[in-house]
Design a protein around this ligand. Structure first.
Ligand SMILES: Cc1cc2nc3c(=O)[nH]c(=O)nc-3n(C[C@H](O)[C@H](O)[C@H](O)COP(=O)(O)OP(=O)(O)OC[C@H]3O[C@@H](n4cnc5c(N)ncnc54)[C@H](O)[C@@H]3O)c2cc1C
Length: 529
């Protein structure tokens, strides 16, 4: 058993910034599924939104967030996050993040403008912001004497005093699978923080890394936390469609520079869907592509920019040109096969302004949390900002709580009634089946009938996976599958509850806005006394 003051699960921007803020005053154990830098945070390209320019204002950033969120953003949270934006960026600068400089900008750094923002307010490190931030923070985290980093360690479940009939109540730590040693260890903690990121892997196509399997959501739900707004999944319209290209984004700038979306026979289809054609907002384009793929039974559509000169394409899109060429696609001569892909989860574990969940001593920060900032659709570059602002909020809550007494003895992980798995194929088959039907039935355009079909299949899968989990030794894939099916269930239940089309949730059966604006909140079943 390992003891800590604070257990942080996840090493993305949320988890690492929290660890660094706490470590001078608390003993931190940070567990992460793979290497410390493996996360969606490391893949972020664009940057971080904050009010940094004198001509910009908090009111303007707040308003842009509300417009993107289709009136569902929580006003208090939005104000809170935007107001704390500048100090969050200053903190990152203080850690040594090498943001791109611009001597003429008035603030010393270059700011870009992204879709939905009415000012230049996105600070970045060239076109690889996440990688630079992660590299800077992880070096510090690894070097800090008060932070124990456990890579290749996967949190299985939280230890909840009431559930196990222990002397103490609330969250007391977690069971964690040490993947290399193939054993489950117990980590006790006065405070536990879920910073496990998103759940893109629940869909067949996603821009997310392999780590995004909704673990924190499922873990929190099993522990007794409420979750909210899981129906709002943001899809990026154009992800490269190729068997060897895992999650490679074709930037929206390709459409901005004149790229045309076509069916396999060359027909242009966007003008039929929106007068802005290829320049319509990303959710409109994603919906149109989805519609055409379903209408014609296609695996992908094509994004054609081959009418531009090779010099222009190599100059403007060097990475896309090079990556496509590696895969045998010459974008100067032929169209690029693309599909929409699950990108960001707006909902999550319900938290307050201090990142607290419904369970005592348990917090959630970053993409796993639902703070109310994103409403029904995320404004570009607000998510990394949310990670840093809520790591600060959680720090204050944790440091102001009483230090806590010695932990009560926690039971070891019980493996007495299980054996080695006999049929691994059950896991791989169910992984594929789940991601495929979530894509087909719970994707960009939804109907009640399709959602009910998905729900039926989820019930069958859940039963099979729970039975498998109860009898066989846990493994990485089994744990992720168990979490994916819970995440899928939460998405479908939220989607069925929303009887309207708002932001990212579009239902053919309820194509209009409902008169009242409500969050979809799921409360976990009450525990039997
Ligand atoms: C391709 C791409 C580009 C993006 N670009 C931008 C952008 O420009 N600006 C912006 O604001 N947002 C962007 N986003 C969104 C943003 O990157 C994420 O919302 C954000 O990084 C989430 O940070 P996080 O710390 O919450 O989670 P992550 O960075 O995903 O980190 C989660 C961590 O939890 C670990 N983990 C998960 N489950 C477990 C478990 N059971 N046990 C132990 N560890 C676990 C993972 O291994 C990982 O270390 C982008 C996302 C993608 C995919």
């Amino acid at each position: 058993m390992l003891d800590s003051d604070v257990l942080i699960i996840g090493s993305g921007l949320a988890g690492q910034s929290l660890a660094l803020r706490l470590a001078d005053q608390r003993r931190v154990v940070l567990v992460t599924k793979k290497a410390i830098t493996d996360s969606a945070s490391g893949w972020a390209q664009g940057g971080i939104a904050a009010v940094l320019d004198n001509n910009d204002s908090v009111g303007s950033h707040v308003q842009d967030t509300h417009i993107a969120g289709a009136d569902l953003c929580d006003p208090v949270t939005t104000q809170f996050v935007v107001e704390h934006g500048p100090s969050a960026i200053n903190w990152l600068i203080g850690q040594g993040v090498p943001f791109t400089v611009d001597a003429d900008s008035g603030i010393g750094y270059h700011l870009t403008r992204e879709g939905g923002h009415s000012h230049r307010r996105v600070i970045h490190v060239d076109d690889a912001t996440g990688a630079a931030v992660q590299a800077t923070l992880s070096e510090k985290v690894m070097a800090h004497p008060n932070i124990t980093v456990l890579e290749n360690h996967l949190a299985v479940d939280l230890i909840i005093g009431e559930k196990l009939g222990l002397d103490a109540s609330g969250c007391l730590g977690a069971y964690v699978l040490d993947v290399a040693q193939d054993r489950v260890i117990t980590v006790s903690a006065r405070h536990t923080v879920l910073a496990t990121g998103g759940a893109g892997k629940v869909y067949l196509y996603t821009t997310n890394p392999d780590t995004a399997t909704g673990d924190g959501l499922a873990i929190a739900w099993r522990a007794g936390c409420s979750v909210a707004n899981m129906e709002f999944i943001q899809f990026h319209p154009t992800c490269l469609y190729h068997p060897d290209a895992k999650s490679f984004l074709i930037s929206e700038a390709v459409r901005g520079e004149g790229g045309i979306l076509r069916l396999p026979d060359g027909t242009r289809f966007m003008p039929e869907h929106d007068p802005r054609a290829e320049l319509a907002p990303r959710d409109v384009v994603a919906r149109a592509i989805d519609f055409e793929m379903k209408r014609h039974g296609l695996d992908c559509v094509y994004l054609d920019i081959s009418h531009k000169t090779p010099e222009f394409l190599k100059g403007h899109f060097p990475n896309i040109y090079a990556r496509c060429l590696e895969l045998g696609i010459d974008i100067t001569k032929e169209p690029i096969p693309v599909v929409p892909a699950a990108h960001f989860s707006c909902g999550g574990v319900l938290t307050d302004l201090s990142a607290r969940t419904d369970v005592a001593n348990l917090y959630a920060i970053g993409e796993v949390a639902h703070t109310g900032l994103h409403g029904a659709n995320r404004l570009a570059s607000n998510s990394l900002l949310e990670c840093v602002v809520f790591s600060e909020a959680a720090t204050q809550a944790i440091l102001s709580a009483p230090a806590g007494s010695t932990p009560c003895p926690l039971p070891d992980w019980d493996e007495s009634r299980i054996t080695d798995a006999d049929e691994e194929v059950v896991i791989s088959h169910n992984w594929d089946e789940l991601r495929r039907f979530m894509w087909d039935y719970v994707g960009i355009v939804r109907t009640t009938k399709r959602l009910e079909r998905a729900q039926h299949r989820i019930r069958l899968l859940k039963r099979e996976i729970d039975e498998y989990y109860a009898h066989f030794r846990v493994s990485n894939d089994l744990l992720e599958l168990r979490n994916l099916v819970v995440t899928a269930d939460l998405i479908v239940r939220c989607a069925l509850k929303r009887k309207e089309s708002r932001g990212l949730h579009f239902s053919r059966d309820y194509p209009n806005l409902a008169p009242s604006i409500k969050n979809t909140v799921l409360r976990p079943p009450k525990r039997k006394a």
